[in-house]
Design a protein around this ligand. Structure first.
Ligand code: 13P
Length: 255
């Protein structure tokens, strides 16, 4: 009911895919297909592809994001990239707390909070990912768990800083599995997220936050998912690697 208060955002998460040359090619193919979209269009790409992505997206409505950032400004953190390095390049968005980072690379709610705070303090918009495993869903603890993930991730962030936060609800069991949450399941948890934000920051601030769904979202199911009142777009994995499919999702969120 309050969809007019916030913008729909369709963000691609390329994960560990595409070389710089392939990046330029894919963005060149996407540009005409998403031109004039009625939603924000973002592509979060591997660090080594950022320069090529920014160059290829120049003059278009495609915004570029990264897939992770460290919480320190600089220092002895081999293999990490700081939020300042990203803004220095012209990056506008960064994903924090993706379940693959949590599962394979030891990210915890606490480090997700640190990364998110660093991102926002550097001026980036953080796409903060939360979501339950299948086991947790079957235990009936999804809503409490997701609310707690949101609370910890946003610890220490002010109401003003909340304007630079997007929450992506990504049920782990739906990621890369072809098993999408139903639109009702997505709506239920996105509402829990918004209510959690309202408890922390007040209803008006919560109504302004973009809450996305992610997990096997594709050209076929996007319409139904983004039509739900609390689903303000999506975080797209596999389908964001195909120009045509991604543009269909962008159009679904532009209605
Ligand atoms: P898929 O769309 O490939 O399921 O990936 C979703 C995701 O993890 C986006 O961050």
């Amino acid at each position: 009911m309050n969809k007019a208060l916030r913008k729909a955002v369709i963000a691609g998460n390329w994960k560990m895919n595409k070389t710089p040359a392939e990046t330029a090619e894919l963005i060149a193919a996407m540009k005409p297909l998403v031109a004039g979209a009625g939603c924000e269009v973002v592509l979060c790409v591997p660090f080594v592809d950022i320069a090529a992505a920014l160059e290829a997206a120049k003059g278009s409505n495609i915004h570029i994001g990264a897939e992770n950032c460290h919480w320190e400004h600089a220092g002895a953190f081999t293999g990490e990239i700081s939020a300042d390095m990203l803004t220095a390049m012209g990056v506008e968005y960064v994903i924090t707390g993706h379940s693959e980072r949590r599962t394979y690379f030891g990210d915890t709610d606490v480090t997700v909070n640190k990364r998110t705070r660093a991102a926002v303090e550097a001026g980036l918009t953080a796409i903060v990912c939360v979501g339950e495993t299948l086991e947790q869903r079957e235990q009936g603890i999804t809503n409490e768990l997701v609310a707690l993930q949101v609370k910890i991730a946003l610890g220490g962030l002010s109401k003003e800083q909340l304007k630079k936060i997007i929450i992506a609800y990504e049920p782990v069991w739906a990621i890369g599995t072809g098993r999408t949450a139903t639109a009702e399941q997505a709506q239920e948890v996105c509402t829990v997220i918004r209510d959690t934000l309202a408890a922390l920051y007040g209803r008006q601030a919560a109504d302004g936050v973009t809450v996305q769904y992610g997990g096997s979202m594709n050209a076929k199911n996007a319409d139904e998912l983004v039509a739900k009142p609390d689903v303000d777009g999506g975080l797209i994995g596999g389908a964001s690697l195909k120009a045509e499919d991604f543009s269909v999702i962008v159009r679904a969120a532009s209605k």
